[in-house]
Design a protein around this ligand. Structure first.
Ligand code: MCF
Ligand code: FE
Length: 404
């Protein structure tokens, strides 16, 4: 047993003062330090430095580690030129992305307090790194392919990758999951089979959805910038799916939709009515020029996530939350800070169906300790000071073990 003490603890009912948490691999009890100390006299005591706030470990629900080598290869600014540059540079970028490079990015997430991440993998190359990473990983096996002719072959490869991630060592804390790339790139034949697999094995399901205006135009009318793209690379003129067909494929199984920057109010409300959620990636959206997701009117849970270095400059969840403060510059800043922290803790845990993300009895003992530069003058501002002053966290625990 261990007992950790901090000036403040972030709990589902707000920040509590001068309390401690007793834990092994899960949280056993929360209460005054003296009481826990006398109840568990053999426990290892962990006293955090002054002005520390104990948070549940942060959760980054959507990242692409395989693009960790990208620095200047991919074209930022607007979606189609970016996608074109992905087609041109993908093989090189993925080919030169070493395990060491990906592990360094896992460690950079760890330094920002991320104890769980959702890794989208198109080839399965990252599995080894994810097994060795100190964090929990929801391993999203990505399915992509719009040409019906290749559907069987692509599906076979996908099933193999799902199988590999299902048979990981328990110690590695890998949770297998399914990612459908996007409505424009996945044939309905594959889409329905993949949703079926997710349902059958109760796997978390995710999909990029309505990220750009170009995607919308293509899916609705077979027009716009995607037309030339599909003509050039696939010699086709018609989309394989449309918005309604894609949305309805998920009607009976909740999914985590990534971006949704070009979803209409009606579509978003429909997603909400079916129990879906959203991954909101502020910097990726800004860098790919796809506009702002109006998080203030969403009726469904959302997480703030970094996306990959394919459309970002770092995988720090704090850099991401600070960017969100600026992207959503018309929202009241204190309330926004509170909402952002909730989005990367309890909401993200619910989305990934994990028993963490909250400091509460029975939850997994994943923590990140944030140390503020001085004692907060007003308690109602702790969330904002946390976001503004944290470049790196002070320490991190996963399943009760100190990993940073
Ligand atoms: O989320 C961003 C932007 N939207 C779509 N895809 C990706 C993103 N970052 C990486 N990707 C990957 C995607 O998973 O890029 C490839 C897929 O493997 C694009 S299709 C050649
Ligand atoms: Fe993505």
């Amino acid at each position: 047993m261990k007992i950790i003490y901090a000036d403040y603890i972030y709990t589902p009912s707000g920040y509590i003062r001068k309390q401690a948490v007793a834990f092994s691999d899960t949280i056993k009890e929360i209460g005054p330090f003296e009481i826990l100390e006398s109840k568990y006299p053999d426990a290892q005591m962990i006293q955090t430095v002054p002005h520390s706030v104990l948070y549940p470990g942060f959760i980054n629900t959507h990242v692409h580690l395989e693009f960790s080598a990208n620095k200047t290869s991919l074209k930022y600014g607007s979606f189609m030129p970016w996608l074109d540059s992905v087609i041109v540079h993908r093989d090189d970028l993925v080919g030169c992305c070493t395990n060491a490079m990906m592990m360094e990015e896992c460690r950079s997430m760890l330094r920002s307090g991320v104890t769980t991440f959702g890794a989208v993998s198109s080839f399965g190359n990252e599995l080894e790194v994810c097994e060795k990473a100190p964090q929990r990983v929801v391993f999203f096996n990505e399915l992509i392919g719009s040409v019906a002719q290749y559907a069987d072959m692509l599906y076979g490869d996908f099933v193999e990758r799902v199988r590999a991630s299902l048979s990981c060592d328990k110690e590695a804390r890998i949770t297998p999951a399914v990612a459908i790339h996007a409505p424009y790139s996945v044939h309905p034949l594959l889409l329905h089979k993949a949703v079926g697999i997710a349902k059958q094995h109760k796997l978390v399901l995710s999909a990029h959805f309505l990220e750009s205006q170009a995607e919308r135009e293509w899916l609705e009318h077979g027009e716009g910038e995607f037309r030339a793209f599909f003509k050039k690379y696939f010699n086709t003129q018609t989309p394989v799916s449309n918005i309604q067909e894609f949305i309805h494929a998920f009607d009976t199984y909740p999914a985590h939709f990534v971006h949704c920057t070009h979803a209409s109010k009606e579509e978003l409300n429909y997603l909400a009515s079916k129990g879906h959620s959203i991954a909101h990636c502020p910097r990726s959206n800004r860098y790919l020029g796809v506009g702002r997701l109006a998080i203030e009117t969403l009726k469904l849970p959302f997480s703030v996530a970094t996306d990959g270095l394919s459309s970002n400059d770092s995988l720090s969840i704090f850099d991401e939350m600070r960017a969100a403060l600026f992207l959503h510059n018309e929202l009241p800043i204190q309330e926004l800070a509170i909402a952002l922290l909730k989005s990367v803790t309890s909401d993200a845990a619910d989305i990934l169906k994990l028993n963490n993300g909250r400091i509460a009895v029975g939850k997994m003992a994943d923590f990140s300790v944030v140390t503020l530069p001085e004692s907060p003058r007003r308690e109602e501002e702790i969330a904002l000071w946390t976001l503004l002053h944290t470049k790196e966290v002070s320490s991190v625990f996963v399943a009760g073990q100190k990993v940073y």
